[in-house]
Design a protein around this ligand. Structure first.
Ligand code: SAM
Length: 273
């Protein structure tokens, strides 16, 4: 099985996670029982799940039905992007920049393109002073996000619509805007396990992958108070393009591109004081 997984560019770690999650044991307990006989019906459950991963190429998160984001459990399905670890870093940059710019004031935050709700929910859990609104164009994604908000016991206002439109229509104004919009260039190669299992609408961001940043930044002043913070996740190859767009629409802002833990230029923070 190990060899087959490696040949297919699949991960042994993923199979370990699957078996651990399905057996509901922590790692230490699991390994202490490694030589025990397992009941037939449990073996059948493991075999089915491993087969879905190895032969049907389903993401582990879809087989178990959830993932963890910023320590919080989030349901996922093929209607939403599976939240990625670098996006957890984006959440921590929101927290840090909020502390620097707003101290401990109550602020209104919007997460544009919320998908599973991961960013919005983590923020609402971490800081009770955040009043959180989250938008998405996909009503199916919003259904998942609403379930996740309930699962995590947070109140978030969810609005359906194209980018900032639902916010502009309601005349809403925010202190902080955060977004991880679709940013893969339309013609770029995407691995099958991603392309076949995650919504295309969550992945592709126009010919150069910059479409949604332009849409958001060109309209941002309509939904932001004069003192504000805008934070984006983006492709690591778009540092210059992000700086250019940020300066085009916010010439007086403090603009910074930050690397993720893998030392890739991954986040842009725009501060208007
Ligand atoms: C890259 S995913 C990010 C999901 C989630 N925020 C995260 O970080 O895991 C982008 C999200 O933007 C949504 N989206 C795509 N086009 C949109 C549009 N025109 N207006 C609003 N949301 C859109 C997708 O449905 C998807 O949920």
């Amino acid at each position: 099985m190990g060899k087959k997984a490696l040949e297919q560019n699949l991960e042994k770690e993923a199979i370990k996670l699957l078996v651990l999650e399905l057996s509901q044991m922590d790692g230490a307990t699991f390994f202490s029982k490694l030589n025990d006989q397992i009941p037939e019906e449990q073996k059948a459950v493991f075999d089915k799940a491993i087969n879905l991963y190895l032969n049907e190429h389903l993401p582990v998160q879809h087989i178990i039905g959830y993932t963890y984001f910023y320590g919080y459990k989030m349901k996922v399905s093929d209607k939403v992007l599976i939240p990625r670890p670098e996006t957890e870093e984006l959440v921590s940059y929101v927290m840090q920049t909020y502390d620097d710019v707003f101290g401990s004031q109550v602020v209104k935050i919007v997460d544009v393109g919320t998908g599973s709700g991961a960013i919005a929910i983590a923020l609402a859990k971490e800081e009770p002073k955040f009043e959180v609104v989250a938008t998405d164009i996909s009503s199916e994604a919003l259904d998942v996000a609403k379930e996740n908000a309930a699962l995590n016991g947070v109140h978030i206002e969810f609005l359906e619509g194209n980018m900032l439109d639902p916010l502009i229509e309601r005349g809403l104004k925010f202190d902080i805007l955060v977004s991880n919009p679709p940013y893969i260039p339309d013609n770029e190669y995407v691995e099958d396990i991603v392309k076949n299992n995650e919504p295309n609408i969550a992945l592709f961001g126009g010919l150069d992958g910059m479409h949604f940043y332009d849409v958001i930044l060109s309209n941002a002043s309509k939904v932001l108070k004069s003192k504000n913070i805008i934070l984006f996740e983006h492709s690591y190859s778009k540092k210059k393009e992000m700086e250019h767009l940020a300066r085009k629409y916010f010439p007086k802002a403090n603009v910074e591109v930050i690397k993720d833990l893998n030392r890739k230029d991954r986040f842009t923070i725009i501060i208007n004081q």
